[in-house]
Design a protein around this ligand. Structure first.
Ligand SMILES: C[S@@+](CC[C@H](N)C(=O)[O-])C[C@H]1O[C@@H](n2cnc3c(N)ncnc32)[C@H](O)[C@@H]1O
Length: 273
């Protein structure tokens, strides 16, 4: 099976009769055609979106774990261990995440403080309880200073440590906002390169720590949609989800972690436990 598009061609050759067995020949062919057509459509859509992207730059390797390195903030960038962990052009995305999970009087858990941008938006929406988990001790100290200076208001709790260690003791929340960064190269390989989306390794934990009618949000760098692989991963842990594309983003031309003018914000609900 071969597909030719304007700028590429792709072929699919089953190497085993057991592929899609015991489906009969005609429906089997239909499934194979559809899988191939989806790949062609996806790559063609990315090519159409590319003229609106910035070139981007390569990311240096993480030499010191992100929760053991000293952070610095320069020109709106949170730099930790040589990584551009957060930049201020993400503000519209952070606003969308905060709005997706925060209701007045509700309980919200944010994983990752960064520059505190999403934390500020969460606060504006008036939750009764706002718990922020942060693994880097210096960033956690900045979060405490933010809370003490009034940025946080009442009901804010800064929990230092990796979510893997501290979340089990924190109970359930009406809203969970997940925005961390890989701590080391193993997490880059496992969660950024291999998973359908970075937050996937957190899905089961989010489902465990949501109230029955709570919402979980994160963003996915899939530009204008989410993949079927991503959807399957979500549906293993949640009954329903919605996707909103946030566009008009302006990463700098040399950004080492994103290069498109949009990202997808996912809101999942109906935790399956
Ligand atoms: C992208 S920033 C968060 C940005 C934030 N939403 C904002 O609006 O500024 C990611 C943060 O997650 C923290 N982090 C990374 N891995 C973590 C983990 N396993 N547990 C808790 N925090 C983590 C990093 O130290 C960093 O401060």
């Amino acid at each position: 099976m071969l597909r030719r598009a304007a700028k590429f061609e792709v072929s699919l050759t089953p190497t085993s009769d057991s592929l899609l067995a015991p489906v009969a020949e005609e429906p089997r062919q239909w499934l194979l055609d559809r899988a191939l057509d989806e790949f062609v459509a996806d790559l063609s859509a990315l090519d159409e979106a590319a003229p609106h992207m910035v070139p981007g730059a390569s990311r240096p390797k993480i030499e010191v774990a992100v929760d053991e390195a000293t952070p610095a903030v320069t020109d709106g960038t949170l730099l930790v261990s040589g990584q551009e962990v957060m930049q201020t052009w993400e503000r519209p995305l952070m606003r969308a995440l905060a709005r997706a999970v925060t209701r007045p009087g509700s309980s919200v858990c944010e994983v990752g403080f960064g520059l505190g941008i999403s934390a500020g938006f969460v606060r504006e929406l008036g939750p009764a309880r706002h718990t922020i988990i942060e693994a880097n001790p210096d960033v956690a100290a900045a979060a405490r200073a933010w809370a003490a200076a009034g940025g946080g208001g009442p009901g804010v709790e800064i929990v230092p440590g990796r979510w893997q260690d501290v979340l089990p003791g924190l109970g359930r929340f009406d809203g969970i906002l997940f925005d961390t960064y890989p701590l080391d190269e193993r997490e880059v390989d496992d969660y950024v390169v291999r998973d359908a989306t970075f937050a996937e390794h957190f899905f089961g934990h989010a489902a465990e720590h949501l109230t029955d009618d709570g919402s979980f949000t994160y963003y996915s760098n899939e530009i204008d949609s989410v993949s079927r692989r991503h959807q399957r991963a979500l549906l293993r842990h949640f009954e329903t989800f919605s996707v909103r594309v946030v566009d008009g983003l302006r990463p700098p031309a040399d950004c080492s972690y994103w290069w498109a003018p949009s990202m997808a914000v996912i809101v999942a609900a109906g935790p399956r436990r």
